[in-house]
Design a protein around this ligand. Sequence first.
Ligand code: FAD
Ligand code: NDP
Length: 451
Amino acid sequence: MTEHFDYDLMVIGAGSGGVRAARKSAEFGARVAVVEEAALGGTCVNVGCIPKKLYVYASEYAAAWREAQGFGWGAERITFDWATLRDNKTNEIARLNAIYQRLLEAPGVDIIEGHGVLAGPQEVVVGDSRYRAKKILLATGTWPAMPDIPGAELAITSNEIFDLPELPKRLLIIGGGYIATEFASIFAGLGTEVVQSYRGELFLRGFDRDIRLFLAEEMRKAGVDLRFDHHVTSITSSATGAVAATLSDGEEVFDAVLCATGRKPNIANLGLDHTAVTLNESGYLVVDEQFQTAEPSIYALGDMTGGWELTPVAIGEAMAFAQTQFGDTPSTMNYDNIPTAVFSQPPIGTVGLTEEEAEQRGHAVVVFESSFRPLKHTVSGSEERTLMKLVVDAETDRVLGAHMVGSDAGEICQGLGIALKMGATKADFDQTVGIHPTAAEEFVTMRVPRG
Ligand code: FAD
Ligand code: NDP
């Protein structure tokens, strides 16, 4: 007798990776269901990339308005209404949730609302219903990790920050990664007094050191109170409803404390103990290059497997998964030269190896670097500067890394990502005609190596 399966594929988690895997697999003809306990689109759409970028846009207007005066615009007082931003953001996300629903329904994916639990290698329970699937894909993402300090429960995370009832006047941000740094710039831009506390000597560990140093200087100029080698040892509630925090340098009162101290895989009550799925020492799911776990019928991808925790990476993995399993085209994800941006103000754009990584890997490197005041700011009055840096292999002339701090860094580095992926050499950069006048042209006009 043949075994009965309700689905060829059940996906748990309708975030960046889960939605793409479900859609593509269904387009290849598989019978697919996706289980989601919150809103369709996952972290990126609901409490990540999208609302974050909208808030970045919102926060840039105050500086733009100040700069506009140098170009002759009037200097009337401008006002900002937090509730308008928050509510317009919420409406836009509701629109995106509906688009995700249509994207799933069009190829025939069943959407099952609720918390998915593995009851065995080919069985998923959602509420009172039990489903059998030939293959199960886990794409449940990650969840904010809180630091082990007394009173941490009084702090908020990036999940709550978008929907605060009011704009905080004083905000303490703990952490020195992407999220902490992006929100420090966002809230400083919106007019909040921001203290960013980082435990190490320089934030954004893993990025090129010159880029980290340069951004720190620019963010301080923009008014962010960056404190490095700095610790928050406790948080208590204050009589006024605010939050008091004990810092390395004394006690201070804030309207809110944001913990942006990393994230951990979303595996609570997932039923992994009913399977042979294994975790690595950091708690991420272990998979092979086909995203297969130690349980042959169960696969996992996206943030919960660690590595590059970025939406385009989760999507790329999902495409490779669907093509391999249901599209008759065995595919793997290539993790080389993944471009990324930190949407700080000014932003970082980066692709390829940092100078430190290139040296650690044994490359003899030549570095080209240019730091300048962008044309716009010669008249705007802003003191903001831009840094661009190329890390080149001295023997092969291949560009190993391109890094930037400055306006539109993410937009510029996306294009450089193609060049690096194609193995461009410094000679190729030199032969490329610039677009004048832009900041980006500096990447093709740097001729003299750094001394
Ligand atoms: P997720 O998108 O997290 O989706 C997981 C889904 O699974 C969720 O919807 C969750 O509700 C659901 N789920 C979990 N457990 C269960 C269960 N048992 N049953 C049912 N459903 C379940 N990346 C970028 O590339 N660019 C950015 O600018 C960017 N900004 C970010 C800003 C913030 C504040 C954050 C937090 C992240 C940001 N990211 C950004 C990272 C990006 O959001 C993630 O890399 C991406 O969402 C990962 O996709 P995923 O499919 O692995 O998981
Ligand atoms: P990150 O891992 O980037 O940063 C976590 C930060 O918290 C680090 O500075 C870390 O310090 C610090 N930290 C960790 N534990 C503690 C602790 N107990 N006490 C004090 N500090 C601590 O995580 P994020 O939460 O910022 O973001 C998660 C991921 O989401 C990112 O890695 C990125 O992949 C993705 N993301 C991408 C964005 C983008 O593409 N623009 C934007 C936002 C998020 P240390 O360095 O010393 O370990």
